[in-house]
Design a protein around this ligand. Structure first.
Ligand code: SAM
Length: 218
């Protein structure tokens, strides 16, 4: 990871030393497809394809959402949308444990391989519909949704601990925004922090699958 990338993230408002350090430590090349492994693409500004019509988010988007979660080593985090596993790997350096859910088995298995090859052991991979969360290990101190939701998913808010933070891209009037939600005395406080461009959250509390996206593996 070059100083140039860290400088670029800093200039865009990523000022958490812990987040920058985690980003610097995780080799993004391990999570992208071979044609995109050269530095400029891998660490560039655009999301990249990972197969099954899905994407790995840009490094800036990963840094921004991670910073918004205000993590520490005592926290239990739920991620919806494992994708390549890169975001889960970054989170895992900053919290106690990560539960990550993916609806496409092949992506989940590939992500698990990538993470295991880096000797990381505090990530639990789950295959299923993350739009309903994962009640078995709830509540979670932090929830990160890395696919765009049609609204703030109430079942996931219900699985958030008191004092917890959820970060989710939400579509409103045809535009996406990354929304940071806090739970205080059971009530929801939310603010938008940046425009976004995510693939859709498909599932019971997300969007309906289009024909091309109907395959799911649970
Ligand atoms: N966090 C990922 C990474 O680091 O590569 C990027 C995630 S990608 C933008 C969104 C992912 O969400 C896709 O892999 C997609 O299959 C997954 N997804 C969409 N709806 C889902 C659902 N209901 N449950 C679990 N995963 C879902």
């Amino acid at each position: 990871m070059s100083v140039k990338i860290i400088d670029s993230l800093t200039s865009k408002g990523i000022n958490s030393a812990a987040v920058l350090d985690a980003i610097a430590k995780i080799p993004r090349e391990s999570f992208v497809e071979p044609p995109f492994r050269h530095f400029d693409m891998c660490y560039g500004e655009s999301p990249l394809p990972i197969g099954h019509n899905q994407t790995i988010s840009s490094i800036y988007t990963v840094a921004l959402m991670t910073q918004a979660l205000a993590l520490n080593k005592n926290l239990k985090v739920l991620e919806i949308g494992t994708g390549s596993g890169y975001q889960a790997a970054v989170l895992s350096l900053l919290c106690g444990s990560v539960f990550t859910i993916e609806r496409i088995r092949d992506l989940s298995l590939k992500a698990r391989n990538a993470v295991e090859s880096l000797n990381m052991h505090n990530i639990i991979f789950i295959i299923g519909d993350g739009s309903i969360g994962y009640g078995e290990y709830a509540p979670y101190d932090r929830i990160l949704i890395t696919a765009c939701s049609p609204d703030i998913p109430q079942p996931l808010f219900n699985q958030l601990s008191e004092g917890g933070i959820m970060v989710v891209p939400v579509e409103k009037n045809g535009a996406q925004n990354i929304c940071v939600i806090e739970k205080k005395n059971g009530a929801m406080f939310s603010k938008d922090i940046a425009p976004a461009n995510f693939v859709k959250l498909i599932g019971k509390n997300g969007y309906e699958a289009q024909k091309s996206q109907q395959r799911c593996d649970f």
